[in-house]
Design a protein around this ligand. Sequence first.
Ligand code: NAP
Length: 447
Amino acid sequence: MLRVAVVGSGPSGCYTAQSLVQQDARVRVDVLDRLPCPYGLVRYGVAPDHEKIKSLQNTLRAVLEHERVRFLGGVPVGPGGVPVARLRELYHAVVYCVGAATDRRLGIPGEELPGSWSATEFVSWYSAHPDAADGGFLRGVRSAVVIGMGNVAVDVTRMLARGAAELSPTDMPHAALTVLASSRVDRIHMVGRRGPSQARFTTKELRELGTLPDTGIAVDPAEAAQDPAYTDPSALPAPQRRNVEVLRGWAGAPVPGARRLVRLRFFLRPAELIAREGRVGAVRLERTVPDGHGGATGTGRFEDVEAQLVLRSVGYRGVLLEGLPFDAAGGTVPHLAGRVLREGAVTPGEYVAGWIKRGPTGVIGTNRPCAKETVTSLLRDAPFLADRDLPGDPLAALRAEGVEPVEWRGWQAIEHAEAELGASLGRTTVKLPDWDTLLAAARAAGP
Ligand code: NAP
């Protein structure tokens, strides 16, 4: 038997567990997660109105319900939890699928002002992440600036523009629904430092912005046309060409008398967040021009855009997990085909998959081949790894050390509580948004 711990129950963790049990009948997998709930970014990152992507939870569920897989929630690994070195003693192999837990910074004056948030903080709040704070995101907000041109920027822009009728059927926590449904935001500026052909969003997500009820969409054709590929997109790869075609379709089109307006702005880079009455009041943007090599350079010309809310959506970043090597520049763990590298040498028994392996890019499906590569490496090492006697069932050892994991039954009890909460509110499932209610629901399932 080969006992493997997978740390992280998001898509990369679940695909890793799936690949392990599918490829080798001797493997038993424990999927550990810091949270009492599984599914990682599928539960706490995919926008609540993206039901189709969210339904991927059913695929991940089947993995965690496999007879040779156990879900062990509420088990932090690292400082304050199970040390990395202890995990190595308890299992033949450990695969870290811990994602990219923090956000990149802009490094500009005013970034810390009240009213300036990372998109991750906003997403976590409306996704009911138990660590998220209700920051009063929309208090007094009429105009919002979203910095970045990736899919997360599109997500938060769309959530700011959605109304009660579209949000009520989702599983978002009731407090967030109440705030978003009564929002007075009527201007959302999505700002990119480069041109339309260099935006990172995918066309499906972009198009959706144009379908939002009571929301107009505007692109300034003169601004966008600084990008030569905007004027002639024929040489672009298909994904970028389709983006440009959608944007061209919106450019210059008369903006209907909608309640809200989404403006997509290009060639503007954030220079400073300007305070008004102790909080952010405007974003100072520097106009840029293409540098001829795919980048953009500043022009020294500035424009201020009024905003009481700034969402910085400039990408995620992996964080150091104590006990593992870390490449601070890339925010990843150095590896060779998924095998962790310590000072350039492979460490048998330690592996990575997902964003902590390759950085925060790609869609959920990208994690499948990524996990497969790691599992192939691990199973090649298996004869050597399985040679070591383990101290016994890791779950018993963890319990003896005072760790009380939330097992699958506990998670099912949380799901049940969320369905009951939804029913009591006249909605479908509604997520529990804090540690106390999650743990109380899980513990109600019994030991
Ligand atoms: P992303 O795709 O890397 O986009 C980051 C954006 O921030 C880019 O437009 C980037 O511009 C900009 N940026 C970075 N540093 C900046 C700075 N200092 N100043 C101004 N702009 C800056 O990141 P993401 O949106 O967080 O998405 C992460 C991954 O999750 C992506 O692979 C995404 O597709 C995926 N995702 C997918 C979905 C979906 O499929 N529906 C939903 C959400 C997320 P430059 O290009 O100029 O660097």
